[in-house]
Ligand binder design. Structure first.
Ligand code: BTN
Length: 259
């Protein structure tokens, strides 16, 4: 664990701001495993995350001070382990709510990304702990490219930021983090209180899907192919129509090829 600077004004409304940390997910998990009694939706936000982790063992490297990198904790004991994809749905839709509130029209790229104008602006890293058939703890890591304008040439065509795509600067990252936490809590509470059911959420998720009903390029271990995205189902499986046939993919079995 690295040393951190806590400033007096950096702790507020359940957000602990660290000037520098390797990974907010790792830090939060470490604290939780040492029995730090964090209330649900406590968040750790890093001004500079130096060893951010992404899905599939990828790195999430961002410049200091420009983007949102934070992790929060939920205790969704009302979600069965077999329904864990509900977490992706709820979190993705909460991010849509936040972007909608800024009049930014983004879409969800299955299973963990947010896209704007065909480029990735955000990613999720969800790490669960379960007991039996119940999810006991979920550490939800969120990285959103907010005010970054320059991207390394190798990712400049696939990655972007809110500022680069819309011209909108979001100067107060702490407030943005708090706003997102509110949308997360709303989505989870509504689901917990059964004011919305799984089918309705899944329908909304599918309506916001990147490339829905569009013929586009994908790859798997056999090579590149074209497919039309039909739907994501309740188990989180991707349904593509390939040469007139419906095929179903798990997360690690297929990649979206971006132009
Ligand atoms: C991905 O696109 O592969 C997921 C990226 C998730 C990055 C966030 S940034 C905050 C949190 N801490 C991490 O180490 N990763 C997540």
């Amino acid at each position: 664990m690295q040393n951190n600077t806590f400033s007096a004004d950096s702790i507020g409304q359940n957000v602990i701001v660290l000037e520098q940390i390797g990974s907010t997910n790792d830090y939060l998990k470490f604290q939780l495993s040492n029995f730090t009694p964090f209330a649900e939706w406590t968040a750790i936000m890093a001004r500079h995350q130096t060893q951010g982790r992404g899905e599939r063992g990828n790195k999430w490297l961002v410049p200091a001070g420009l983007n949102l990198t934070f992790s929060t904790v939920a205790y969704p004991t009302y979600i069965r382990l077999q329904d864990h994809f509900s977490l992706n749905i709820l979190i993705s839709l909460a991010l849509m709510d936040w972007l909608d509130s800024l009049s930014i029209s983004a879409s969800i790229k299955w299973p963990n990304d947010i896209m704007l104008n065909g480029r990735k602006i955000a990613g999720l890293l969800i790490e669960n702990k379960s007991s039996g058939s119940t999810i006991r703890q979920s550490v939800i890591g969120i990285g959103i490219n907010v005010n970054q304008l320059d991207f390394p040439s190798e990712i400049a065509h696939t990655a972007s930021s809110i500022l680069r795509e819309t011209g909108m600067q979001i100067p107060d990252l702490l407030q943005a983090c708090k706003n997102i936490l509110c949308f997360l809590q709303q989505r989870f509470e509504t689901f917990k209180n059964q004011q919305v059911c799984q089918e309705e959420l899944l329908k909304e998720y599918n309506q916001r899907l990147f490339r829905k009903d569009i013929l586009a390029d994908y790859s798997n271990e056999e090579g590149n192919f074209q497919g039309k995205l039909l739907q994501v189902d309740s188990k989180g499986l991707l349904h593509l129509e390939i040469a007139g046939q419906e095929k179903v993919f798990q997360f690690k079995e297929v990649r979206f090829l971006l132009q």
